[in-house]
Ligand binder design. Sequence first.
Ligand SMILES: [Zn+2]
Length: 339
Amino acid sequence: MKNIIHIAFILLCFLGTAILVTSCGKGKNTENNQNDNNNESKNEVKTIYTGEFNADSAYMFLEKQVSFGARVPNTPAHNLCGAYLVSVMSRYADKVYEQKATVTVYNGTSLPLHNIIGVFNPNQKRRILLTAHWDSRPFTDQDDKDKFKAVLGANDGASGVAVLLEIARLLKQYPIQNIGVDILLNDVEDYGAPDNYKPEKEDTYCLGSQYWAKNPHVKDYTAEYAIVLDMVGGKNATFYREQVSDEVARALVDKIWNKAAQLGYGIYFLNEKGGGVTDDHLYIHTLAHIPAIDIIDHNPSRPKGFPEYWHTQRDNMSNIDKNTLKAVGATVYAVLREL
Ligand SMILES: [Zn+2]
């Protein structure tokens, strides 16, 4: 992903759907079922166990991805990690789709693409899409030297996938009845042209989500919302209300930032305007017409917006914090359960 320099974004639709809010407390929901038989009324309280987002489990998923090395498309580490992600997703999802295709990157090179989609509740019409990229960047172009080493991508890539795999584990153990969830692990997100590359080209990032948006895993696929997670495991992370997200899905941004505050994660989720970012949400919205938001560690007051180790060799395990994984995972999971 990269910073957006110019945004002339038109608000295409408002979401007028009221979202019912129920209590999610400490890992369980309660529902009141009122039965009225022969003028006898009784209140029955049904407890639904929802589990809790486990940061240790998410950390393990993150560490495992990083153990393969940089997941640069068309390398052995990428192939091995792809097979690992398919095996984990197959354990949890009702159905797994793999999209394999060839895409052309900024310099004209053709690369294999491998999107992995885990489907939960395939027959449910009402759907939510969750996505993160699983590839890592082929060069550390934000470093001063050695710019042609690959990014390990502990935060930029592996963190978002780790949170989604932990959510997949919870969805298997504690299924949600009233919505279907699709988890898209998208590929070739971070092969965008280096800064100052000439000739300048548009849309060189997010090739996996662009491909998926034009060729969804199910014909005529749509979802009520899409949520992108990117760089969601860093120390001292800050998640501002990203500009495009606020324009296309303000109701969902409100809901997530309010839920984070309610759960005590307001220190991470700052309820303030952030800058615009070119990321998967942009293409999912413009190409697949799904209102999409981005939860991303981006702070408009930082020199680069992103953390200082972004697209450098320092994007490694030393900058990962389980507390950040927990804040993001628990918040998104709680919102999912309340839709
Ligand atoms: Zn990146």
